[in-house]
Design a protein around this ligand. Structure first.
Ligand code: SF4
Length: 376
């Protein structure tokens, strides 16, 4: 039974990695490279992530720090202030900043939370909208800060299952699912828009009907009416992680889905291997059907399904909406040459495999959910 204890909120790890303060150099706001997030700037407060998800692409980076330490950019708030207050850029503030695209902004490390809090404060005081995705527990002082700037904050919470065994196996350092639901409720009570990202779907685990029924029933209780869906994919580094983190039989079963799959380009990687289209379609249709029974609309992430007629680029609508919140006159690019482009609205079509096999139709157009693009 989950209890609201420190351990319960903050994962099932035996011990936490050490927070090591390292100086950040150079410009700290970086424009996104992905199609679905053009015009958004990313800000990472650390290298490494204490949540240690077994499927995390960021953990698989070659230059990721050792698992025993999280490198926190202690000087980031000062640099951020300097960058934003630079007279050359004063009138060209970012439209929206996405927090922690290759780490999580709410890891259970006081040093890191201090840096995240200061960075949020600096951005929000300048009326720069922020978006984030987290699998962590959001402390009260953040809720208070966000409440004071509610229209400028778009939050997304990652939830793959409510099952404690799945949590221990796949996301053992991340906050307990109940703690994430608690964060969801507190954000909602504070008047902040919150969305849910059901990603990655682990085939044969988190897309089983009993997982989905339990999750969607709770989400509906929390007034969630839509969610984004993305399936597990692998890259060489992620495969190594799965072998290392999961019981061998589980890793073997999962990786068997990817045998013989060609490389696809997803985000900045062109060595990504996706689940076979038939597996994704069948799984997504089950998710869609069960979610619909609970009054929840689902959206299949287009970026992670380049070979399917998926619904949309996850996160784009919310980022555009967040960008629209920036004050007029402050919406020029932070960096010359980077242009904000509104993604074209696409009519939804039935899912179709690249080999022409057609699945059932997805739902009609709806506003895109909120988003950052944090790991997973
Ligand atoms: S998937 Fe996200 S929360 Fe999990 S370890 Fe990676 S960055 Fe952290």
């Amino acid at each position: 039974m989950w209890a609201e204890t420190l351990e319960g909120r903050w994962g099932a790890m035996e011990s936490l990695p050490l927070a090591v303060e390292v100086p950040r150099t150079g410009e700290i706001l970086h424009p996104f490279q992905m199609r679905c997030t053009q015009g958004v700037y990313a800000l990472n407060v650390s290298r490494g992530c204490a949540h240690r998800c077994a499927y995390c692409y960021a953990r698989a980076y070659r230059d990721a720090p050792p698992e025993t330490e999280i490198q926190v950019y202690g000087n980031l708030p000062a640099l951020l202030r300097e960058e934003l207050d630079n007279p050359r850029r004063r009138k060209a503030l970012p439209r929206v900043v996405s927090l922690c695209t290759s780490t999580d902004p709410f890891q259970p490390l006081p040093e890191l939370l201090r840096v995240t809090h200061e960075a949020c404060q600096i951005l929000l005081e300048r009326r720069i909208p922020i978006v984030f995705l987290t699998k962590g527990y959001i402390p009260e002082d953040f809720i208070a800060l966000f409440a004071a700037h509610a229209p400028l904050v778009r939050a997304r919470i990652g939830l793959i299952s409510l099952d404690p065994r799945t949590h221990r196996l796949y996301e053992r350092g991340a906050a307990h699912p109940e703690a994430r639901l608690l964060s969801l409720r507190r954000l909602q009570e504070a008047g902040i828009q919150v969305g849910i990202r059901h990603d990655p779907v682990i085939p044969g685990v988190t897309d089983l009907p009993w997982h989905l029924e339990a999750l969607f029933a709770r989400l509906r209780e929390h007034r969630i009416t839509s969610l984004d869906v993305g399936h597990l994919y692998v890259r060489p580094g992620i495969e190594r992680l799965l072998w290392r983190e999961l019981p061998r039989a589980e890793a073997r079963r999962l990786l068997a889905f990817f045998v013989g799959r060609p490389h696809s380009r997803v985000a900045a990687s062109n060595v990504t291997r996706l689940l076979p289209p038939a597996v994704r379609i069948e799984s997504y249709e089950r998710i869609r059907r069960i979610a619909a029974r609970h009054g929840i609309r689902t959206f299949l992430c287009a970026c992670k399904n380049p070979d399917l007629k998926a619904d949309r680029c996850s996160g784009v609508g919310e980022m555009q909406e967040a960008a629209g919140l920036a004050e007029p006159g402050r919406q020029a690019e932070l960096f010359p040459g980077q242009r904000w482009r509104r993604a074209p609205r696409r009519r939804r079509k039935p899912l179709a495999r690249s080999d022409g096999v057609t699945g059932q139709a997805a739902q009609g157009d709806a506003p895109a959910p909120i988003g950052g693009l944090a790991g997973g």
